[in-house]
Design a protein around this ligand. Structure first.
Ligand SMILES: *Cc1c(COP(=O)(O)O)cnc(C)c1O
Length: 223
């Protein structure tokens, strides 16, 4: 027997508690299970336990695992949560149901063109570099409104929300609050923030999606 049902129940209970304490509706927050670096044999028990929303950070890696898994579990919603290069857009649009990492005009335009070519495609979120870290992906908070507007007006690309990864050090709460305010100001309903170490705080600040890896699958090998 796999531990997946038990691990999942523990995490769900913590999510329920965070929702209750924040006065959020039960089930207001969607769990995105981050399965990066874990193989199909590790992922399958979580699908069998009922999870249907997963996140991967590399297009190439996702391509080796998810076409077969999606065939067996057709209702699965797959999120791209890692940086996307324009030369991988075709594969990403074909495989993913949500792309959370739109962070520059050129990428937005290439994704929009590919979705138009196919006639359908993923929902898209804009990744915001909420802590303004030099090494981190994402658009500057002050340029977020302009990028969302450009997507809407020029590219015909619907943006449904915002995503962020706050700085590893320090209190994430001010960053979570800022992302939620940005989203509200732009009329965007999806807010993807919070990971294994800080999801209760993210839920308190209004996250609609939390992205949890190690609390479900265990520690990853560091590459
Ligand atoms: C790996 C990853 C996560 C999950 O992190 P954990 O600390 O393992 O929960 C969430 N978001 C992004 C963008 C990631 O790359």
């Amino acid at each position: 027997m796999s531990d997946a049902p038990r691990t999942l129940a523990v995490l769900r209970a913590a999510m329920d508690q965070a929702e209750r304490e924040a006065g959020r509706a039960p089930g207001a927050v969607t769990l995105v299970a981050v399965s990066k670096t874990h193989d199909s044999d590790a992922i399958r028990p979580f699908l069998q336990a009922g999870l249907r929303v997963f996140g991967e950070n590399r297009v190439q890696e996702a391509k080796t695992k998810w076409p077969a898994l999606k065939q067996d579990f057709p209702q699965t919603e797959l999120h791209l949560i890692g940086p996307l290069q324009t030369n991988k857009v075709r594969d990403a649009v074909a495989l993913f149901d949500v792309i959370e990492t739109i962070d520059r005009p050129k990428l937005a335009r290439v994704v929009a063109d590919e979705i138009q070519r196919l006639g359908h495609g993923p929902r898209c979120l804009v990744q915001v570099n909420i802590g303004r870290e030099a090494q981190k992906a994402g658009i500057d908070p002050d340029q977020t409104a302009a990028l969302v507007d450009l997507c809407r007006r020029e590219y015909g690309l619907t943006i449904s929300g915002l995503m962020c990864i706050p700085p590893a050090e320090g209190d994430p709460v001010p960053h979570f609050r800022r992302l939620a305010e940005l989203a509200k100001g732009l009329g965007l309903v999806e807010i993807s923030m919070g990971m294994s170490g800080d999801f209760p705080a993210a839920i308190a600040c209004g996250a609609t999606h939390i992205r949890v890896g190690s609390a479900l699958f265990g520690q990853r090998d560091h590459h």
